[in-house]
Design a protein. Structure first.
Length: 650
């Protein structure tokens, strides 16, 4: 795990060393163990190293082939690098190091872009080909590792984090209005957009080629060829899931430095710990966190049950006092964009806690999107049936009987969502924080007008129709796998962990496991009131019944209590000073209304206020004064990637 960055000049102009040094300095936290750069003519590659595999000097990057014609800067891990190395040695290759980086560049040297199909891992890397004068950039299948880029007619600039790209003063700091709308709908953006106009994410499962002629982006992997295996509830499915998951966890344990696991006591993290314990000769180090307010904010008891069962070296942190104001500022800096999933706060605290003992942790991200773990899957499947009920009974009468109060907000959301006619938008509505009505009240007139052109739900419309031959459960899970997961949960753990130089790995996103899971019919994952059906059956011989079948619970923080108590004054000072930055985009009167209703206890607007607070602090940190563009002309980079290949002409 590392930080990478680079510059390519389409004109052939030489890249400045000081410019590359500034970019590297901005992401030093991602790689405190070493650094290096390669500069030659129109290209510059930078690397910040967090030593995981082959910690010797031989693993330093950027790394070259023996003839010096190929150079690589690589962030991530290739879990099957030893098998690939053996294959290459049988073909005559002789290696200088024990690193996966050298295996990767040698594989590319032999196979070119086809090397990607052999990689089992998480990665974002760039390879410069001196002979072809071509830069090749690729991102892993699921977007576990981030890769951002800016392109105009002069240059392409890329990095693991946006802050490195912003070191170049020629990169504009203007707000992308589409991403602004998306953020205030879902708490985060969706690739390829970022909040910055002109800065994009390379989509998961895509690669880019850059030469003096321009840039080409191509999709190299998806689940398009996966066929579902019928509807037979075969014991073979359960056994195969169990075997694939065990192999995935074992392969993710490759490391030359201390390794551990996040343990919440839920199904996914517990399964990972169980298989780690089986594969390790030593006790596994596990890490858990809880808030002293207890209740839904504390799962330490459940985590201890698993730690005791598998005899781990367990470490837990109970958060009793925390400088939330300081931590919010720190997170705003590390996420680069507005990011309002409040679970990043405990994830950061837990990462910092784990980093005292280990350099690598395994985590349970991906289990819900692969095996159907979210309650909204049940709700959306049921919504198809409920919509056959006459509208008067379905909505109007029911809603009149429900009081508009904080305690009924979940029920009210269900009723509101069921009213959405369009299927893709209805599914997206399960996870929105501002619906159509509240967004029109929230946004200022300038932004409000844009809602007529873009409502923020295009990602759901796109991905839900990609696999029309699949059943409904698999189609909605695929939508989350391609959209929600990389831009929320994977970004959350990457930024929080790398802020403290900790590598996070996600075994549930082993592509062999994912491909098999998506070949199974949806009813084997979401069966009536049971989510993750086939996974739970597979884990029955492994985990306690109470772990498998207790209600689902995620990482939560006591936002509501904070905003009515310890953070109330801080929120007011930030949001209602004499010149809040958000006032160019949001209606101050409506923001004030949300604050008053929340602090009075009339409504629960904690999540919405958290989103506004994060946006305001982000704007102050990265933009300063207002930066909203009035131009509708896009930069010459892809805004929507619906085709498998996109050429960017210069």
């Amino acid at each position: 795990m590392c930080g990478i960055c680079g510059v390519f000049h389409f004109s052939g102009m030489t890249v400045s060393e000081s410019r590359l040094q500034n970019m590297m300095a901005a992401i030093r936290h991602r790689g405190p163990d070493g650094s290096g750069m390669y500069l030659r003519g129109p290209v510059g590659l930078g690397h910040l190293r967090l030593s995981i595999i082959d910690t010797s000097e031989l693993g330093q990057q950027p790394m070259a082939t023996s003839d010096g014609k190929l150079w690589i800067t690589f962030n991530g891990e290739i879990y099957n690098f030893r098998e690939l190395r053996t294959r290459l040695e049988q073909q005559g290759e002789v290696f200088r190091s024990n690193s996966d980086t050298e295996v990767l560049i040698r594989l590319y040297e032999r196979n070119g872009v086809d090397c990607l199909r052999d990689l089992n891992g998480m990665f974002a890397f760039a390879i410069w080909d001196e002979n072809k004068q071509e830069l090749f950039i690729a991102r892993d299948r699921f977007g576990i590792k981030p890769l951002y880029y800016f392109q105009d007619i002069k240059q392409l600039v890329f990095a693991s984090e946006i802050k490195a790209i912003l070191e170049d003063e020629s990169v504009p700091r203007e707000i992308n209005e589409r991403a602004l709308i998306t953020y205030f709908t879902f708490l985060h953006g969706f690739a390829p957009d970022t909040i910055y106009r002109g800065i994009h994410k390379l989509l998961p499962g895509h690669y880019m080629r850059c030469s003096m002629k321009g840039a080409t982006i191509v999709k190299y992997w998806d689940l398009d060829g996966i066929e579902q295996r019928g509807t037979v509830d075969s014991p073979g499915h359960v056994e195969e899931v169990r075997d694939l998951l065990q192999r995935a966890v074992t392969s993710h344990m490759v490391s030359d430095v201390p390794i551990g696991a996040f343990l919440s006591g839920g199904i996914d993290s517990s399964a990972i710990v169980a298989y780690m314990a089986t594969a390790s000769a030593r006790p596994i180090k596990t890490f858990s966190i809880g808030f002293d307010v207890g209740g839904q904010f504390n799962e330490l008891k459940e985590a201890r049950l698993i730690a005791d069962k598998f005899q781990t070296e367990h470490h837990e942190k109970i958060v009793s006092s925390i400088n939330v104001e300081e931590l919010i500022h720190k997170l705003v800096y590390h996420y680069d964009e507005p990011f309002a999933d409040a679970a990043n706060l405990p994830t950061y605290i837990l990462s910092e806690f784990a980093r005292e003992k280990v350099t690598v942790v395994l985590s349970g991200e991906g289990g819900d999107e692969v095996f159907g773990g979210y309650r909204r899957y049940r709700a959306h499947i049921a919504s198809e049936l409920l919509r056959t009920i006459p509208e008067f009974l379905r909505f109007n009468l029911v809603k009149r009987l429900i009081p508009n109060h904080s305690s009924t907000r979940r029920l009210l959301k269900i009723v509101d969502t069921l009213q959405v006619v369009e299927e893709a938008k209805r599914y997206g509505s399960w996870v929105n924080i501002f619906n159509d009505d509240t967004r029109r009240q929230l946004f200022s007139p300038t932004v409000r007008d844009l809602l007529n052109e873009f409502d923020g739900y295009d990602v759901f419309r796109d991905y839900m129709c990609r696999q029309p031959q699949w059943d409904l459960p698999n189609r909605i899970m695929y939508t989350d796998l391609k959209g929600w997961m990389p831009d929320t949960y994977l970004e959350k753990i990457d930024k929080a962990a790398m802020a403290v130089s900790l590598e996070g790995r996600v075994p549930f996103l082993d592509h062999r496991l994912v491909e098999y899971a998506y070949s199974l019919p949806g009813k084997l994952k979401v069966r009536r009131s049971t989510t993750k059906y086939v996974l739970k059956k597979a884990l029955e011989p492994v985990l306690p019944h109470s772990t498998l079948y207790r209600p689902k619970h995620g990482f939560t923080v006591p936002l509501d209590a904070w905003f009515r108590g310890t953070l109330s004054r801080f929120v007011a000072d930030v949001l209602f000073d004499h010149n809040p930055r958000y006032s160019d985009y949001l209606d101050r009167r409506f923001v004030h209304k949300l604050y008053i209703e929340h602090t009075d206890g009339r409504r629960n607007w904690g999540t919405q206020l958290w989103a506004i607070l994060n946006f305001e602090l982000w704007h102050r940190t990265f933009l300063g004064a207002s930066h909203i563009s009035t131009s509708r002309a896009p930069y010459p980079t892809p805004q929507n990637m619906n085709s498998s290949e996109i050429h960017t002409a210069l």
